[in-house]
Design a protein around this ligand. Sequence first.
Ligand code: TYD
Ligand code: MG
Length: 462
Amino acid sequence: MAKEKTIYVCTNCGNTSVKWEGKCNACQEWNTMVEQKQAVQTQQEIKSASWNTTTDSFSPFQPVRLDEITIGQVFRTITPDGELNRTLGGGIVPGSLILMGGAPGIGKSTLLLQTAMQLNQKVLYVSGEESEEQIKMRADRLGQQQSGVFFLAETNIIQILRTAMEMQPGLVIIDSIQVMSSPYVDSTPGTITQVRECTGEIMRFSKQSNIPVFIIGHITKEGMLAGPKLLEHMVDVVIQFEGDRNYNYRILRTIKNRFGSTDELGIYEMNEKGLKPVNNPSELLISQSPEKFSGSTVAATLEGQRPMLIETQSLVSQAVYGTPQRSATGYDLRRLNMLLAVLEKRIGLYFGQKDVFLNIAGGLKITDPAIDLSIAVSLISSLQNQTMDKRICFAGEIGLTGEVRAVKSIEQRIREADRLGFSKIFVSKFSIQGIPVKKFKTEVIGLGKIGDLFEFLFTEMV
Ligand code: TYD
Ligand code: MG
Protein backbone atom coordinates (compact mmCIF):
# COMPACT_ATOMS: atom_id res chain seq x y z
CA MET A 1 0.00 0.00 0.00
CA ALA A 2 1.45 3.35 -1.03
CA LYS A 3 1.91 5.96 1.66
CA GLU A 4 -0.72 8.66 1.83
CA LYS A 5 -0.60 12.31 2.73
CA THR A 6 -3.39 14.71 3.51
CA ILE A 7 -3.99 17.71 1.30
CA TYR A 8 -6.82 20.23 1.20
CA VAL A 9 -8.78 20.88 -1.99
CA CYS A 10 -11.04 23.84 -2.73
CA THR A 11 -14.47 22.56 -3.77
CA ASN A 12 -15.06 25.66 -5.82
CA CYS A 13 -11.93 25.97 -7.97
CA GLY A 14 -9.89 22.85 -7.28
CA ASN A 15 -6.91 24.72 -5.80
CA THR A 16 -4.87 22.57 -3.39
CA SER A 17 -3.05 23.47 -0.19
CA VAL A 18 -1.06 21.48 2.37
CA LYS A 19 -2.88 23.07 5.27
CA TRP A 20 -6.51 23.90 5.85
CA GLU A 21 -7.51 27.49 5.18
CA GLY A 22 -10.77 29.26 5.90
CA LYS A 23 -10.58 31.16 2.62
CA CYS A 24 -9.23 29.73 -0.63
CA ASN A 25 -6.12 31.58 -1.78
CA ALA A 26 -7.00 31.18 -5.43
CA CYS A 27 -10.69 32.00 -5.74
CA GLN A 28 -11.16 33.84 -2.41
CA GLU A 29 -14.23 31.77 -1.49
CA TRP A 30 -14.83 31.05 2.20
CA ASN A 31 -15.25 27.59 3.72
CA THR A 32 -14.57 25.65 0.56
CA MET A 33 -11.41 23.70 1.55
CA VAL A 34 -11.99 20.00 2.22
CA GLU A 35 -9.61 17.27 3.28
CA GLN A 36 -8.43 14.73 0.73
CA LYS A 37 -5.98 11.81 0.89
CA GLN A 38 -3.33 11.57 -1.80
CA ALA A 39 -0.85 8.77 -2.49
CA VAL A 40 2.78 9.83 -2.00
CA GLN A 41 5.08 8.95 -4.87
CA THR A 42 8.57 7.67 -4.05
CA GLN A 43 11.64 9.40 -5.49
CA GLN A 44 12.07 6.39 -7.77
CA GLU A 45 8.53 6.76 -9.16
CA ILE A 46 8.93 10.48 -9.70
CA LYS A 47 12.20 9.92 -11.54
CA SER A 48 10.88 7.27 -13.89
CA ALA A 49 7.79 9.38 -14.65
CA SER A 50 9.83 12.41 -15.66
CA TRP A 51 9.91 13.35 -19.35
CA ASN A 52 13.65 13.86 -19.54
CA THR A 53 14.71 10.47 -18.20
CA THR A 54 15.03 8.08 -21.10
CA THR A 55 13.52 4.68 -20.61
CA ASP A 56 13.84 1.94 -23.18
CA SER A 57 10.17 1.07 -23.24
CA PHE A 58 9.00 4.39 -24.70
CA SER A 59 8.53 5.10 -28.39
CA PRO A 60 7.20 8.56 -29.36
CA PHE A 61 3.49 9.00 -30.15
CA GLN A 62 2.29 9.95 -33.61
CA PRO A 63 0.30 13.20 -33.51
CA VAL A 64 -2.16 13.46 -36.41
CA ARG A 65 -2.23 16.41 -38.79
CA LEU A 66 -5.49 18.30 -38.32
CA ASP A 67 -6.49 18.22 -41.99
CA GLU A 68 -6.04 14.46 -42.08
CA ILE A 69 -8.62 13.81 -39.40
CA THR A 70 -11.97 12.69 -40.76
CA ILE A 71 -15.19 12.94 -38.83
CA GLY A 72 -17.51 9.98 -38.86
CA GLN A 73 -21.15 10.95 -39.03
CA VAL A 74 -22.66 11.42 -35.59
CA PHE A 75 -26.15 10.03 -35.26
CA ARG A 76 -27.79 11.77 -32.39
CA THR A 77 -30.70 10.09 -30.66
CA ILE A 78 -33.62 12.40 -31.24
CA THR A 79 -35.98 12.10 -28.29
CA PRO A 80 -39.72 12.74 -28.70
CA ASP A 81 -39.22 15.74 -26.40
CA GLY A 82 -38.41 18.74 -28.61
CA GLU A 83 -37.41 20.93 -25.66
CA LEU A 84 -34.81 18.43 -24.47
CA ASN A 85 -33.43 17.97 -27.99
CA ARG A 86 -33.11 21.72 -28.31
CA THR A 87 -31.17 22.12 -25.04
CA LEU A 88 -28.84 19.28 -25.99
CA GLY A 89 -28.12 20.90 -29.34
CA GLY A 90 -30.30 18.55 -31.41
CA GLY A 91 -30.52 15.25 -29.53
CA ILE A 92 -28.35 12.91 -27.46
CA VAL A 93 -24.84 12.33 -28.83
CA PRO A 94 -23.63 8.71 -28.49
CA GLY A 95 -21.06 8.27 -25.74
CA SER A 96 -21.73 11.69 -24.26
CA LEU A 97 -21.82 12.42 -20.55
CA ILE A 98 -24.55 14.85 -19.59
CA LEU A 99 -24.89 16.42 -16.17
CA MET A 100 -28.31 17.68 -15.15
CA GLY A 101 -28.27 20.04 -12.17
CA GLY A 102 -31.16 21.51 -10.23
CA ALA A 103 -32.57 22.16 -6.77
CA PRO A 104 -34.25 19.26 -4.94
CA GLY A 105 -37.86 18.72 -5.98
CA ILE A 106 -37.64 20.72 -9.17
CA GLY A 107 -38.36 17.69 -11.38
CA LYS A 108 -35.03 16.22 -12.48
CA SER A 109 -35.96 12.59 -11.80
CA THR A 110 -39.36 13.15 -13.39
CA LEU A 111 -37.92 14.55 -16.60
CA LEU A 112 -35.35 11.81 -17.04
CA LEU A 113 -37.75 8.99 -16.19
CA GLN A 114 -40.26 10.41 -18.63
CA THR A 115 -37.56 10.67 -21.31
CA ALA A 116 -36.50 7.08 -20.61
CA MET A 117 -40.07 5.89 -21.08
CA GLN A 118 -40.54 7.79 -24.31
CA LEU A 119 -37.38 6.46 -25.95
CA ASN A 120 -37.68 3.53 -28.25
CA GLN A 121 -34.65 1.90 -26.65
CA LYS A 122 -33.55 -0.11 -23.66
CA VAL A 123 -32.75 2.34 -20.84
CA LEU A 124 -31.04 1.57 -17.54
CA TYR A 125 -32.34 3.87 -14.78
CA VAL A 126 -30.21 3.66 -11.64
CA SER A 127 -31.39 5.35 -8.49
CA GLY A 128 -29.58 5.49 -5.19
CA GLU A 129 -32.27 7.72 -3.78
CA GLU A 130 -35.54 5.94 -4.43
CA SER A 131 -36.87 2.43 -4.06
CA GLU A 132 -38.45 0.28 -6.77
CA GLU A 133 -41.92 1.08 -5.45
CA GLN A 134 -41.31 4.80 -5.50
CA ILE A 135 -40.09 4.72 -9.08
CA LYS A 136 -42.97 2.49 -10.10
CA MET A 137 -45.47 4.91 -8.58
CA ARG A 138 -43.92 7.78 -10.47
CA ALA A 139 -43.86 5.81 -13.71
CA ASP A 140 -47.56 4.94 -13.31
CA ARG A 141 -48.29 8.59 -12.77
CA LEU A 142 -46.50 9.55 -15.96
CA GLY A 143 -48.65 6.98 -17.76
CA GLN A 144 -46.37 5.93 -20.58
CA GLN A 145 -44.73 2.82 -22.01
CA GLN A 146 -42.76 1.11 -19.26
CA SER A 147 -41.36 -1.97 -20.96
CA GLY A 148 -38.14 -0.39 -22.23
CA VAL A 149 -36.98 0.90 -18.85
CA PHE A 150 -34.93 -1.26 -16.46
CA PHE A 151 -34.57 -0.11 -12.89
CA LEU A 152 -31.71 -0.68 -10.49
CA ALA A 153 -31.56 0.60 -6.91
CA GLU A 154 -27.82 0.71 -6.22
CA THR A 155 -25.06 3.08 -5.21
CA ASN A 156 -21.85 1.15 -5.92
CA ILE A 157 -20.72 2.77 -9.16
CA ILE A 158 -18.36 -0.04 -10.15
CA GLN A 159 -21.13 -2.67 -9.92
CA ILE A 160 -23.53 -0.36 -11.73
CA LEU A 161 -21.17 0.18 -14.63
CA ARG A 162 -20.38 -3.53 -14.84
CA THR A 163 -24.10 -4.23 -15.05
CA ALA A 164 -24.51 -1.57 -17.73
CA MET A 165 -21.62 -2.98 -19.76
CA GLU A 166 -23.24 -6.39 -19.62
CA MET A 167 -26.69 -5.10 -20.50
CA GLN A 168 -25.67 -2.65 -23.28
CA PRO A 169 -28.67 -0.28 -23.00
CA GLY A 170 -29.18 2.68 -25.33
CA LEU A 171 -28.98 5.11 -22.40
CA VAL A 172 -27.96 5.08 -18.73
CA ILE A 173 -29.40 7.45 -16.11
CA ILE A 174 -27.66 7.86 -12.73
CA ASP A 175 -29.82 9.47 -10.04
CA SER A 176 -27.89 11.13 -8.33
CA ILE A 177 -24.11 11.51 -8.43
CA GLN A 178 -24.07 12.65 -4.80
CA VAL A 179 -25.18 9.26 -3.44
CA MET A 180 -22.90 7.14 -5.63
CA SER A 181 -19.67 5.72 -4.27
CA SER A 182 -16.65 3.85 -5.49
CA PRO A 183 -15.31 1.12 -3.19
CA TYR A 184 -11.78 2.12 -4.20
CA VAL A 185 -12.01 5.48 -2.51
CA ASP A 186 -12.11 5.81 1.21
CA SER A 187 -14.53 8.67 1.72
CA THR A 188 -18.24 9.10 2.17
CA PRO A 189 -20.65 9.61 -0.78
CA GLY A 190 -21.20 13.23 -1.72
CA THR A 191 -17.67 14.34 -0.84
CA ILE A 192 -15.63 15.91 -3.56
CA THR A 193 -13.29 12.91 -3.76
CA GLN A 194 -16.15 10.46 -4.28
CA VAL A 195 -18.05 12.67 -6.71
CA ARG A 196 -14.93 13.16 -8.79
CA GLU A 197 -13.96 9.50 -8.71
CA CYS A 198 -17.47 8.30 -9.65
CA THR A 199 -17.79 10.86 -12.44
CA GLY A 200 -14.40 9.79 -13.76
CA GLU A 201 -15.50 6.14 -13.83
CA ILE A 202 -18.76 7.03 -15.57
CA MET A 203 -16.90 9.07 -18.13
CA ARG A 204 -14.55 6.19 -18.93
CA PHE A 205 -17.60 3.96 -19.25
CA SER A 206 -19.46 6.25 -21.64
CA LYS A 207 -16.44 6.82 -23.85
CA GLN A 208 -15.53 3.16 -23.98
CA SER A 209 -19.03 1.79 -24.53
CA ASN A 210 -20.30 4.71 -26.62
CA ILE A 211 -23.44 4.66 -24.46
CA PRO A 212 -24.66 8.13 -23.42
CA VAL A 213 -25.12 8.72 -19.69
CA PHE A 214 -27.19 11.31 -17.85
CA ILE A 215 -26.08 12.08 -14.32
CA ILE A 216 -28.28 14.02 -11.95
CA GLY A 217 -26.56 16.44 -9.57
CA HIS A 218 -28.24 18.31 -6.76
CA ILE A 219 -27.54 21.93 -6.27
CA THR A 220 -26.48 23.08 -2.83
CA LYS A 221 -28.09 25.91 -0.90
CA GLU A 222 -25.68 28.37 -2.46
CA GLY A 223 -26.88 27.32 -5.90
CA MET A 224 -23.81 25.28 -6.82
CA LEU A 225 -23.39 21.69 -7.83
CA ALA A 226 -21.21 19.86 -5.32
CA GLY A 227 -17.70 20.21 -6.66
CA PRO A 228 -19.09 22.48 -9.36
CA LYS A 229 -16.11 23.44 -11.45
CA LEU A 230 -14.53 20.02 -11.21
CA LEU A 231 -17.69 18.30 -12.45
CA GLU A 232 -18.36 20.85 -15.17
CA HIS A 233 -14.86 20.36 -16.55
CA MET A 234 -15.25 16.62 -16.69
CA VAL A 235 -18.58 16.18 -18.44
CA ASP A 236 -19.52 16.98 -22.06
CA VAL A 237 -22.78 18.77 -21.42
CA VAL A 238 -24.20 20.59 -18.40
CA ILE A 239 -27.88 21.41 -18.33
CA GLN A 240 -29.63 23.07 -15.44
CA PHE A 241 -33.23 22.84 -14.38
CA GLU A 242 -34.58 26.08 -12.94
CA GLY A 243 -37.86 27.42 -11.71
CA ASP A 244 -39.83 28.25 -8.64
CA ARG A 245 -41.35 25.21 -6.97
CA ASN A 246 -44.48 27.15 -6.21
CA TYR A 247 -45.15 27.70 -9.90
CA ASN A 248 -45.50 25.22 -12.71
CA TYR A 249 -43.00 26.57 -15.17
CA ARG A 250 -39.53 25.09 -15.45
CA ILE A 251 -36.64 26.20 -17.61
CA LEU A 252 -33.99 23.78 -18.77
CA ARG A 253 -30.88 25.79 -19.57
CA THR A 254 -27.70 24.75 -21.34
CA ILE A 255 -24.65 25.79 -19.31
CA LYS A 256 -22.00 23.94 -21.28
CA ASN A 257 -22.23 21.93 -24.48
CA ARG A 258 -19.36 20.36 -26.35
CA PHE A 259 -21.76 19.49 -29.19
CA GLY A 260 -23.85 22.61 -29.57
CA SER A 261 -24.68 26.13 -28.49
CA THR A 262 -25.19 27.24 -24.91
CA ASP A 263 -27.74 29.79 -26.02
CA GLU A 264 -30.56 27.28 -25.94
CA LEU A 265 -33.22 26.56 -23.44
CA GLY A 266 -36.28 24.39 -23.00
CA ILE A 267 -39.50 25.31 -21.26
CA TYR A 268 -41.78 22.89 -19.44
CA GLU A 269 -44.92 22.98 -17.43
CA MET A 270 -45.22 20.57 -14.49
CA ASN A 271 -48.67 19.05 -14.28
CA GLU A 272 -50.12 15.95 -12.64
CA LYS A 273 -48.79 13.80 -15.48
CA GLY A 274 -45.20 14.97 -15.45
CA LEU A 275 -43.45 17.67 -17.40
CA LYS A 276 -45.16 18.94 -20.51
CA PRO A 277 -43.00 20.69 -23.12
CA VAL A 278 -44.19 24.24 -23.79
CA ASN A 279 -43.76 25.25 -27.40
CA ASN A 280 -45.37 28.65 -27.21
CA PRO A 281 -44.36 30.14 -23.86
CA SER A 282 -45.60 33.64 -24.67
CA GLU A 283 -49.18 32.49 -24.89
CA LEU A 284 -49.03 31.20 -21.33
CA LEU A 285 -47.09 34.01 -19.74
CA ILE A 286 -49.42 36.78 -20.79
CA SER A 287 -52.63 36.95 -18.86
CA GLN A 288 -55.59 36.00 -20.99
CA SER A 289 -58.20 37.98 -19.12
CA PRO A 290 -59.66 40.89 -21.06
CA GLU A 291 -59.82 43.07 -17.95
CA LYS A 292 -57.28 45.86 -17.73
CA PHE A 293 -55.38 46.76 -14.58
CA SER A 294 -52.97 49.55 -13.91
CA GLY A 295 -49.39 48.39 -13.35
CA SER A 296 -49.59 45.50 -15.77
CA THR A 297 -47.47 45.58 -18.93
CA VAL A 298 -45.90 43.12 -21.36
CA ALA A 299 -42.15 42.79 -21.97
CA ALA A 300 -40.65 41.29 -25.12
CA THR A 301 -37.74 39.39 -23.56
CA LEU A 302 -35.28 36.93 -24.94
CA GLU A 303 -34.13 33.86 -23.07
CA GLY A 304 -31.21 32.26 -24.85
CA GLN A 305 -32.23 32.60 -28.48
CA ARG A 306 -35.89 32.36 -27.67
CA PRO A 307 -38.20 35.36 -27.68
CA MET A 308 -40.74 35.28 -24.87
CA LEU A 309 -43.45 37.80 -24.11
CA ILE A 310 -43.96 38.06 -20.39
CA GLU A 311 -46.27 40.06 -18.20
CA THR A 312 -44.65 42.36 -15.63
CA GLN A 313 -46.78 43.67 -12.79
CA SER A 314 -46.16 46.51 -10.36
CA LEU A 315 -48.10 47.76 -7.43
CA VAL A 316 -47.26 51.19 -6.11
CA SER A 317 -49.14 52.30 -3.03
CA GLN A 318 -48.88 54.77 -0.19
CA ALA A 319 -46.50 53.44 2.48
CA VAL A 320 -48.26 52.85 5.77
CA TYR A 321 -45.12 52.40 7.85
CA GLY A 322 -42.19 54.77 8.16
CA THR A 323 -39.88 53.01 5.74
CA PRO A 324 -41.44 52.22 2.38
CA GLN A 325 -41.21 48.59 1.29
CA ARG A 326 -39.54 47.49 -1.91
CA SER A 327 -39.96 43.97 -3.15
CA ALA A 328 -39.17 42.30 -6.47
CA THR A 329 -39.94 38.72 -7.50
CA GLY A 330 -38.10 37.45 -10.56
CA TYR A 331 -36.16 40.70 -11.04
CA ASP A 332 -33.09 42.14 -9.35
CA LEU A 333 -34.11 44.34 -6.41
CA ARG A 334 -31.10 46.62 -6.85
CA ARG A 335 -32.10 47.18 -10.44
CA LEU A 336 -35.64 48.06 -9.34
CA ASN A 337 -34.20 50.65 -6.95
CA MET A 338 -32.12 52.04 -9.78
CA LEU A 339 -35.16 52.33 -12.05
CA LEU A 340 -37.08 54.15 -9.33
CA ALA A 341 -34.19 56.59 -8.91
CA VAL A 342 -34.03 57.19 -12.67
CA LEU A 343 -37.78 57.84 -12.87
CA GLU A 344 -37.49 60.27 -9.98
CA LYS A 345 -34.44 62.14 -11.19
CA ARG A 346 -35.13 62.21 -14.94
CA ILE A 347 -38.88 62.66 -15.14
CA GLY A 348 -39.75 63.84 -11.68
CA LEU A 349 -41.99 60.98 -10.55
CA TYR A 350 -41.75 60.50 -6.80
CA PHE A 351 -41.77 57.01 -5.35
CA GLY A 352 -40.06 58.09 -2.09
CA GLN A 353 -43.05 57.55 0.19
CA LYS A 354 -44.53 54.63 -1.74
CA ASP A 355 -44.41 50.90 -1.23
CA VAL A 356 -43.35 49.26 -4.48
CA PHE A 357 -44.00 45.59 -5.31
CA LEU A 358 -42.89 44.02 -8.54
CA ASN A 359 -43.74 40.62 -9.93
CA ILE A 360 -42.80 38.71 -13.07
CA ALA A 361 -45.44 36.26 -14.29
CA GLY A 362 -44.98 32.50 -13.98
CA GLY A 363 -42.34 32.64 -11.24
CA LEU A 364 -39.64 33.14 -13.85
CA LYS A 365 -36.40 34.96 -13.16
CA ILE A 366 -35.52 37.34 -15.94
CA THR A 367 -32.00 38.66 -16.35
CA ASP A 368 -32.52 40.10 -19.84
CA PRO A 369 -32.00 43.88 -19.43
CA ALA A 370 -34.64 44.50 -22.13
CA ILE A 371 -37.31 44.00 -19.49
CA ASP A 372 -36.40 47.40 -17.90
CA LEU A 373 -38.66 49.43 -20.17
CA SER A 374 -41.71 47.30 -19.47
CA ILE A 375 -41.05 47.51 -15.73
CA ALA A 376 -40.61 51.28 -15.85
CA VAL A 377 -43.92 51.64 -17.71
CA SER A 378 -45.70 49.34 -15.26
CA LEU A 379 -44.35 51.43 -12.35
CA ILE A 380 -45.58 54.66 -13.93
CA SER A 381 -48.91 53.05 -14.81
CA SER A 382 -49.46 51.92 -11.23
CA LEU A 383 -48.28 55.20 -9.72
CA GLN A 384 -50.62 57.21 -11.93
CA ASN A 385 -53.33 54.59 -11.78
CA GLN A 386 -53.67 54.55 -15.54
CA THR A 387 -54.34 51.28 -17.29
CA MET A 388 -52.31 50.20 -20.27
CA ASP A 389 -53.56 48.82 -23.54
CA LYS A 390 -52.86 45.09 -23.41
CA ARG A 391 -51.81 44.92 -27.01
CA ILE A 392 -48.69 47.01 -26.43
CA CYS A 393 -45.34 45.55 -25.46
CA PHE A 394 -41.86 46.87 -24.63
CA ALA A 395 -38.21 45.97 -25.16
CA GLY A 396 -35.41 48.27 -24.01
CA GLU A 397 -32.76 48.68 -21.37
CA ILE A 398 -32.79 51.86 -19.28
CA GLY A 399 -29.55 53.66 -18.49
CA LEU A 400 -28.80 55.95 -15.57
CA THR A 401 -29.36 59.06 -17.65
CA GLY A 402 -32.83 57.83 -18.54
CA GLU A 403 -31.89 56.86 -22.10
CA VAL A 404 -33.59 53.83 -23.63
CA ARG A 405 -30.75 51.63 -24.82
CA ALA A 406 -30.61 49.15 -27.65
CA VAL A 407 -30.91 45.46 -26.80
CA LYS A 408 -29.79 42.46 -28.81
CA SER A 409 -31.89 40.58 -31.38
CA ILE A 410 -34.57 43.25 -31.60
CA GLU A 411 -35.95 41.84 -34.85
CA GLN A 412 -36.70 38.49 -33.20
CA ARG A 413 -38.60 40.29 -30.44
CA ILE A 414 -40.61 42.36 -32.89
CA ARG A 415 -41.41 39.24 -34.91
CA GLU A 416 -42.75 37.49 -31.80
CA ALA A 417 -44.91 40.51 -30.92
CA ASP A 418 -46.16 40.53 -34.50
CA ARG A 419 -46.92 36.81 -34.42
CA LEU A 420 -49.00 37.24 -31.28
CA GLY A 421 -50.94 40.12 -32.77
CA PHE A 422 -49.62 43.02 -30.69
CA SER A 423 -50.56 46.41 -32.09
CA LYS A 424 -47.45 48.31 -30.90
CA ILE A 425 -43.99 47.59 -29.61
CA PHE A 426 -41.84 50.27 -27.96
CA VAL A 427 -38.10 49.84 -28.39
CA SER A 428 -34.95 51.96 -28.34
CA LYS A 429 -34.70 54.15 -31.41
CA PHE A 430 -31.04 53.11 -31.62
CA SER A 431 -31.88 49.46 -32.06
CA ILE A 432 -34.07 49.75 -35.13
CA GLN A 433 -31.65 51.51 -37.46
CA GLY A 434 -31.44 49.44 -40.61
CA ILE A 435 -34.28 47.14 -39.59
CA PRO A 436 -37.21 46.99 -42.01
CA VAL A 437 -39.86 47.69 -39.39
CA LYS A 438 -42.50 48.45 -42.00
CA LYS A 439 -42.85 44.80 -42.91
CA PHE A 440 -44.47 44.01 -39.56
CA LYS A 441 -48.14 44.54 -38.85
CA THR A 442 -47.12 45.60 -35.34
CA GLU A 443 -46.23 49.27 -35.22
CA VAL A 444 -42.65 49.76 -34.01
CA ILE A 445 -42.00 52.92 -32.01
CA GLY A 446 -38.44 54.01 -31.22
CA LEU A 447 -37.76 55.93 -27.98
CA GLY A 448 -34.62 57.94 -27.21
CA LYS A 449 -35.21 58.43 -23.52
CA ILE A 450 -37.74 57.31 -20.98
CA GLY A 451 -39.43 60.72 -20.91
CA ASP A 452 -40.42 60.31 -24.60
CA LEU A 453 -43.02 57.79 -23.45
CA PHE A 454 -45.35 60.53 -22.35
CA GLU A 455 -45.78 61.68 -25.90
CA PHE A 456 -47.38 58.31 -26.67
CA LEU A 457 -48.72 56.75 -23.52
CA PHE A 458 -49.57 58.77 -20.48
CA THR A 459 -51.86 61.71 -20.66
CA GLU A 460 -50.67 63.58 -17.63
CA MET A 461 -47.68 63.79 -15.38
CA VAL A 462 -47.96 64.11 -11.66
P1 TYD B 1 -38.78 15.09 -8.75
O1 TYD B 1 -38.60 14.65 -10.15
O2 TYD B 1 -38.78 14.05 -7.69
O3 TYD B 1 -37.66 16.20 -8.38
P2 TYD B 1 -36.10 16.05 -8.21
O4 TYD B 1 -35.69 14.74 -8.77
O5 TYD B 1 -35.55 17.22 -8.97
O6 TYD B 1 -35.80 16.16 -6.77
O7 TYD B 1 -40.12 15.95 -8.76
C1 TYD B 1 -40.64 16.37 -7.60
C2 TYD B 1 -41.91 17.14 -7.70
O8 TYD B 1 -42.62 17.05 -8.90
C3 TYD B 1 -42.81 16.61 -6.64
O9 TYD B 1 -42.91 17.62 -5.65
C4 TYD B 1 -44.10 16.33 -7.27
C5 TYD B 1 -44.00 16.93 -8.63
N1 TYD B 1 -44.64 16.09 -9.67
C6 TYD B 1 -45.76 16.56 -10.32
O10 TYD B 1 -46.26 17.66 -10.04
N2 TYD B 1 -46.32 15.79 -11.31
C7 TYD B 1 -45.84 14.58 -11.66
O11 TYD B 1 -46.36 13.93 -12.57
C8 TYD B 1 -44.67 14.10 -10.96
C9 TYD B 1 -44.10 12.77 -11.29
C10 TYD B 1 -44.11 14.89 -9.98
MG1 MG C 1 -34.94 13.04 -7.71
